[in-house]
Design a protein around this ligand. Structure first.
Ligand SMILES: [Zn+2]
Length: 592
């Protein structure tokens, strides 16, 4: 950036304004004796049992250097310290959303894909939306979008699939995802473009629904099978993904999230995240999990990424040392892998897994030796049981690093497995979508049957057995808003009171905060440097408009507003001050 005579060249200014991609400082660089930042006059919940509450924090070089009452941090205050008076407001450690997909929800917006935009669209509404989109986009080859809902077809006495879709749109390829992301409905032309015929074998991670006599695909592709369709479509471009992630990150910062796992990434997605990182807009620490197999879209450079290309994206905010895969399916197509068959004694069908147990055990061991975390989608109790068995096997083999692998969703867990999360150092991750009664959840969950549902989403059981439970919003399956998760962890009831009843065992506010802060940090291997407000840890602090310990949780926690979000002492979100130097100002964007 400097020429032979030492003059600054054009472009150097931009370089100077770029964020440093490292929080580390050379260990011998002199440090100021004073804090860069101090928060005073707050009601600060630290999450540290040694000192749960304080009113003042001092931060230097991104870390907490003093805490306590105002007098306890006085020695750290200098002329250059930025002093923020919290005016008695409540503050706490930032939140961890340990499983989400902002790209899947938001990229269609920037790619201008079809978005039906109705929570539970009826078949006629799906038809109207497809026709309107087709008319508006005459030059688009593919009509691709979301969502249709299987149970609304059942209610209308219709069968979703190519026969129905061909009556709507016979002459352009159409592919629509269902709301649970477990099924794709396509028309005959889409099957033809993807080269799918009766002779096409099912992939290991999904299947084609077929006519029982002819073997002809019906146009419903389950789980990983729909990657066959995506492979025939153009991949989502990097600028679209970048715009999508930017919105998601801005939203997460505005809702107090400081760290998140983005699961199912490919080379384009990593490039998009890297671009945000270098622009100073990655205001959430992201662990990005590379798809182990083509569960949603094809990942063309999977092996290059896993063997080392992933390191090129690494910074203080971005880490791609994880893989994600769908181990079993979902409730709607009855592909969750269960210990007892779906229909009791009348059927032998217990669902399926997408990797053989031998494949899984070898893969876990291999990834463990490379320090790569494995995140496995497990909705059925047999899926998580088999996953835990494979971790146990990997732990017995030599050379493993004891990586904290993650059992995603944990919808139904077997009681005997609760203690194994602690024993094997596996994170139990729960998804909030099914924690409270809603029309969608009632429709979907009924398939599991009453016995299994009575032990579903057993966050409390894992915690009582000494295990680490975390939450993932799993957006777009459920909203990206972590405060809905926090409220429903505590109430297990519908936050808006739309439906009566409770579902599962609640935990306390204090436990729920621990799940969404300290436990998240543990599941990202950061518990020694983040997750609670302790001296030496990263200053990841959020300031709220209400005191979570002083309000009635039901109907209130989900509506919490986050006034300020700091990550490593950097102010990244400021809700109340439009002139602020924070990366983002104002309310969280409306994303759904
Ligand atoms: Zn997911």
């Amino acid at each position: 950036m400097v020429d032979a005579d030492g003059r600054l060249l054009t472009g150097a200014r931009e370089v100077c304004e770029m964020r440093e991609l490292y929080e580390h400082r050379p260990s011998h660089r002199p440090r100021s004796a004073y804090a860069d930042l101090a928060l005073v006059n707050g009601r600060i919940y630290t999450g540290d049992p040694g000192l749960p509450w304080c009113s003042a924090l001092a931060v230097a070089g991104g870390r907490i250097v003093a805490r306590g009452e105002r007098g306890d941090i006085a020695h750290a205050l200098g002329a250059g310290t930025r002093l923020i008076d919290l005016g008695g407001r409540f503050a706490m450690p930032g939140l961890y959303d340990m499983h989400t997909h902002p790209d899947l929800a938001l990229a269609p917006r920037y790619a201008d894909d079809l978005d039906i935009g109705i929570v539970d669209p009826r078949p006629d509404e799906v038809r109207d939306a497809v026709l309107a989109y087709a008319a508006k986009h005459p030059d688009r080859e593919w009509i691709y979008g979301q969502y249709f809902v299987r149970y609304t077809f059942r209610q209308a006495g219709l069968v979703p699939g190519k026969a129905w879709l061909d009556t709507v749109m016979p002459d352009r390829p159409v592919a629509l995802l269902d709301r649970m992301w477990g099924t794709m409905m396509v028309n005959s032309l889409a099957l033809e473009r993807a080269g799918i015929t009766a002779a096409t074998p099912d992939p290991t991670n999904g299947y084609l629904e077929r006519d029982p006599v002819t073997g002809e695909p019906t146009g419903l592709l389950i789980d990983g099978a729909y990657a066959l369709i995506h492979a025939a479509m153009p991949p989502t471009p990097v600028p679209v993904l970048r715009a999508a992630y930017r919105d998601g990150i801005r939203y997460q910062s505005a809702r107090g999230v400081v760290a998140s796992k983005y699961v199912h990434v490919c080379e384009n997605r990593l490039q998009a995240l890297h671009a945000l990182d270098t622009a100073g807009e990655l205001t959430v620490r992201i662990e990005a999990a590379i798809s182990w197999q083509d569960d949603i879209f094809p990942v063309r450079r999977r092996w290059e990424l896993l063997t080392g290309e992933r390191h090129y994206y690494r910074s203080a905010r971005l880490n791609a040392n994880a893989v994600k895969f769908h181990f079993d399916g979902t409730v709607e197509p009855r592909s969750s892998y269960l210990i007892t068959p779906w229909d009791g004694a009348n059927s032998g069908w217990a669902g399926k897994i997408n990797l053989t147990p031998e494949h899984l055990a070898d893969m876990l061991w291999d990834m463990d030796r490379q320090g790569i975390r494995v995140i496995a989608h497990c909705t059925g109790d047999a899926a998580s049981d088999t996953f835990l068995d494979a971790v146990a096997e990997a732990r017995r083999r030599p050379g493993g690093l004891g990586v904290r692998h993650q059992c995603a969703h944990c919808t139904i867990l077997h009681g005997s497995n609760l203690r194994r999360f602690r024993e094997l150092g596996v994170t139990a991750e729960f998804s909030p979508v099914s924690w409270y009664p809603s029309r969608f959840v009632s429709g979907a969950r009924s398939g599991y049957g009453p016995e299994r549902l009575s032990r579903a989403y057993n966050v409390k059981g894992v915690l009582e057995a000494g295990g680490v439970a975390v939450i993932g919003t799993d957006w777009p399956v459920s909203p990206l808003d972590p405060w809905i998760a926090l409220e429903t962890l505590v109430t297990r009831a519908n936050p808006w009171g739309e439906m009566e009843g409770r579902f599962g065992e609640p935990i306390s506010v204090e436990q729920a905060i621990g799940v969404m802060t300290r436990n998240g940090a543990w599941s990202m291997d950061m518990e020694h440097r983040a997750g609670s407000l302790e001296i030496g840890k990263s200053a990841d602090v959020i300031v709220l408009d209400r005191d979570l310990f002083a309000i009635e949780p039901q109907g209130n926690i989900h509506a919490t507003r986050v006034d300020l979000t700091f990550i490593a002492g950097e102010l990244v979100h400021d809700r109340l001050n439009a002139e602020s130097d924070a990366v983002w100002q104002g309310e969280a964007p409306k994303l759904w």
